[in-house]
Ligand binder design. Structure first.
Ligand code: F6R
Length: 240
């Protein structure tokens, strides 16, 4: 695991964007796993700027969203699909058919999860998976206790996650979600985990330097052969 610490979240975001752009230049058909939330916003803004300046070409890139909330229409402004379209995808030269989302509106979400796994396999697996970390150590919506070999599935959100998500959803916070499993995530050829801010310092230290345990889902990343971690100083402040 390679850990890089930057002065602030803006620099972190720019470096993360450079990392992704360089992966696309090496492999123009990159299969890229995307996250939502606060963590990637600066990185996504920089990727959009780079794409506008023709510094990176997304025309052959395929993307897969890491997770989605259930019980929400996909047009909801805070569905993962809407967030990804609005913060990144609609500004890139990426064909719509290359964008993949978990379908929360499916009449059979369990089989939609299975179909997602099959689609990931069909395109040859994820080359680069972006990740953020939840305050409880979750990856995607794999909450504490999620098995390390879990696959894409429906999950219940914990109180910690629901309290965090209230900033977006107010009183109508989703109780369930769909997420790639920890097993699915660990099969990505390369991983880029990002975290910023003091609030993440404790969980970052536990995940990166503590025991590998399902109580801290992100600790599994210690076993990934090609995981890069980008932190700002605040998020790195509790690392030994
Ligand atoms: C979102 C996702 C989540 C977030 C995590 C951190 O697609 O996978 O695991 O990465 O909850 O959220 P923020 O970035 O809002 O702190």
């Amino acid at each position: 695991m390679k850990i890089f610490v930057y002065e602030n979240r803006e620099i972190l975001g720019k470096e993360a964007a450079k990392f992704i752009a360089s992966a696309i230049r090496k492999n123009p058909k990159l299969v890229l796993g995307l996250i939502t939330g606060e963590t990637p916003l600066e990185c996504y803004r920089e990727l959009v700027r780079m794409c506008e300046r023709d510094e990176v070409d997304f025309s052959q890139v395929k993307t897969f969203a890491l997770d989605e909330y259930l019980e929400l229409p996909s047009s909801h402004p805070y569905s993962c699909k809407s967030q990804l379209l609005e913060t990144l995808l609609r500004y890139l030269n990426i064909p719509h058919k290359n964008m993949h989302f978990l379908d929360a509106s499916s009449p059979n979400p369990a089989s939609a999860c299975q179909a997602y796994e099959e689609e990931i396999k069909r395109v040859g697996g994820i080359d680069l998976q972006l990740l953020g970390i939840g305050l409880n150590g979750h990856l995607g919506l794999n909450e504490p206790g999620s098995p390390f070999d879990s696959r894409t599935r429906i999950v219940e959100l914990t109180e910690t996650t629901k309290t965090y998500l209230a900033r977006y959803f107010g009183e109508r916070v989703p109780k369930k979600g769909m997420t790639m499993g920890l097993g699915t995530i660990m099969e990505a050829r390369e991983i880029l985990l990002m975290a910023h801010g003091q609030a993440k310092a404790d969980i970052v230290a536990k995940a990166l330097k503590g025991p590998v345990t399902t109580k801290v889902p992100a600790s599994i990343l210690q076993r990934h052969p090609a995981c890069t971690v980008m932190l700002d100083k605040a998020a790195a402040s509790r690392l030994p």
